[in-house]
Design a protein around this ligand. Structure first.
Ligand code: NAD
Length: 424
């Protein structure tokens, strides 16, 4: 019987997240899950594609493709980003929506997971075209989203301005103010304090707690960060302000290294002025491959997926990896490092701070009671530490990796909600 389940997971029709497939397979077995439970987790609740015409600046009309996946809503309305990318596929969005369901359950916020977007290269659009494409997409999906149905947010190549167009278009359709339809808005239109750096700060809270639990003195560790965008630059700044030694950072053009520690304020100014972190005076230029192989205590991938893989995993010397990017390690690399006793704090926990503060934004919009920064910080810390404690306890009880513990805990929460509803 068990063999059959695993065969089903491998079959083409099964949908279980490809990004964490191997971990899910062993979990299904470990938890002795029934076929009904696996089926329920395997398939998104709703997954759809829309096609819509938009008038371009040239006067011609062009057709666009948009998708939205609402994976599981047993614990609440679905929640997830809107991504604009020329290679966007519904299959990849299904994986990301599954991971959002897991993240929301793990940090115990009353949302299911979603993800969506438009197949488009934003660099090829004028600002007016970008606005018209966004508004047209929202008109197509308006019946399926809402504050108690599905709540979009920013993602890759979408920002605050796009969230404002989404808000405005939805409100025009509804003919009433509905700030809770979307998160990631500017504070002036109902956004939350802290949201802009919430993913990075949530990761730092978890890192500090892990060091405390493991009784590791942070002054003995230096930090290398891959990626200096929204997440990478903020985590560098926060760690620097807390007194960590950040010895290396990088972006798509390359990296910089200074063993005694970079002045992150100078790095931010340099990047703002030149467009890259490289060539900062009094630091050494390095490649991204060299950064990943540095003899640093803490490595923080905050750029792209699949950066540490079979080809370079044996070069990695870090003792702790904080996954702020989504799926920066292949599962194979992850297993190799765990075998070498490297502590990997998995993406579904490490970068969940963003969706936690999105939840706070939604609460504030619904209650019309807007919180001071201190309250957001305190509640974010509480949510992140509580999730860390649960995961840590499971790791100790079962002698398993943090990724395995986090997935297991979240899946059990989702299945429990499904059982209470009578769906299992
Ligand atoms: P971003 O586009 O602002 O920044 C990405 C950074 O990565 C840029 O500095 C870019 O130059 C750099 N980069 C690109 N290719 C690189 C390479 N080969 N080597 C080194 N650096 C490279 O994106 P972001 O919002 O900071 O997101 C970073 C990662 O974090 C993504 O995986 C994203 O899915 C994940 N994430 C982001 C959030 C969020 O709140 N923004 C939340 C959860 C997860």
């Amino acid at each position: 019987m068990k063999q059959n389940k695993i065969e089903r997971i491998h079959s083409d029709s099964a949908r279980t997240c490809k990004l964490c497939m191997e971990e899910m397979e062993t979990l299904y077995e470990h938890l002795a899950m029934s076929t009904d439970e696996i089926d329920l987790l395997d398939m998104p609740k709703r997954s759809f594609t829309v096609h819509f015409p938009v008038r371009m600046d040239s006067g011609k009309v062009k057709m666009f493709i948009g998708h939205r996946v609402q994976y599981n809503d047993a614990r609440g309305p679905t929640k997830g980003g809107i991504r604009y990318h020329p290679e966007l596929t519904i299959e990849y969005l299904q994986d990301l929506a599954f991971l959002m369901s897991i993240k929301c359950a793990l940090v115990n916020i009353p949302f299911g997971g979603a993800k969506g977007g438009i197949v488009v290269n934003t660099r090829e659009l004028s600002r007016g075209e970008l606005e018209r494409v966004t508004r047209a997409y929202i008109r197509e999906i308006a019946d399926y989203i809402g504050p108690f149905k599905d709540i979009p947010a920013p993602d890759v190549y979408t920002d605050e301005q796009i969230m404002v167009w989404i808000l405005d278009e939805f409100e025009k359709i509804r003919r009433e103010h509905t700030p809770s339809i979307v998160t990631g808005k500017p504070v002036e239109l109902g956004g939350s304090h802290v949201r802009k750096y919430s993913t990075s700060l949530g990761g730092v809270f978890i890192l500090e707690e892990a060091l405390r639990k493991l009784d590791i003195d942070r002054s003995e560790l230096c930090v290398a960060i891959q990626g200096f965008g929204k997440v990478g630059s903020n985590v560098a700044r926060i760690l620097y302000e807390k007194g960590f030694t950040v010895c290396a950072v990088s972006d798509s053009k390359g990296g910089i290294y200074k063993p005694e520690g970079l002045d992150i304020k100078k790095v931010i100014d340099h990047k703002t002025g030149t467009g890259s972190v490289i060539d900062l005076p009094e630091s050494q230029n390095i490649t991204n491959e060299q950064l990943l192989a540095l003899d640093c205590g803490i490595l923080i991938p905050a750029a792209l997926s699949n950066q540490i893989k079979r080809e370079n995993v044996n070069d990695v010397k870090a003792k702790i990896i904080l996954e702020l990017a989504n799926a920066p390690l292949t599962m194979e690399a992850s297993r190799t490092l765990i075998d070498r006793s490297v502590l990997i704090i998995p993406d579904i926990l490490a970068n969940a701070g963003g969706v936690v503060v999105s939840y706070f934004e939604w609460i504030q919009n619904l209650s019309q009671d807007y919180w001071e920064e201190d309250k957001v910080l305190e509640r974010l810390r509480e949510k992140m530490i509580t999730a860390f404690e649960k995961v840590h306890d499971i790791c100790l009880e079962q002698n398993c990796s943090m990724r395995r513990a986090a997935l297991q805990f979240a899946i059990q929460r989702i299945l429990y909600a499904e059982r209470l509803r009578g769906n299992l």
